[in-house]
Ligand binder design. Sequence first.
Ligand SMILES: [Zn+2]
Length: 60
Amino acid sequence: MAFVAGPAVTAEWNCTRCGVTNRRLVAAGDRETMDRCVHCGLRHRVRQDERPVRWHAEAA
Ligand SMILES: [Zn+2]
């Protein structure tokens, strides 16, 4: 996990392949990040949704 300086929020997202819930710390104000599933390793583009914690993920 990358180190985030300053205010940060936790982005929660579900893997589109295995369904595992992943969490990533992102800088406050960021609306998009790249992450890999901790379970199957599939890379995803994760975007902030209307809900603050649960983010929208798509395979990338
Ligand atoms: Zn997965």
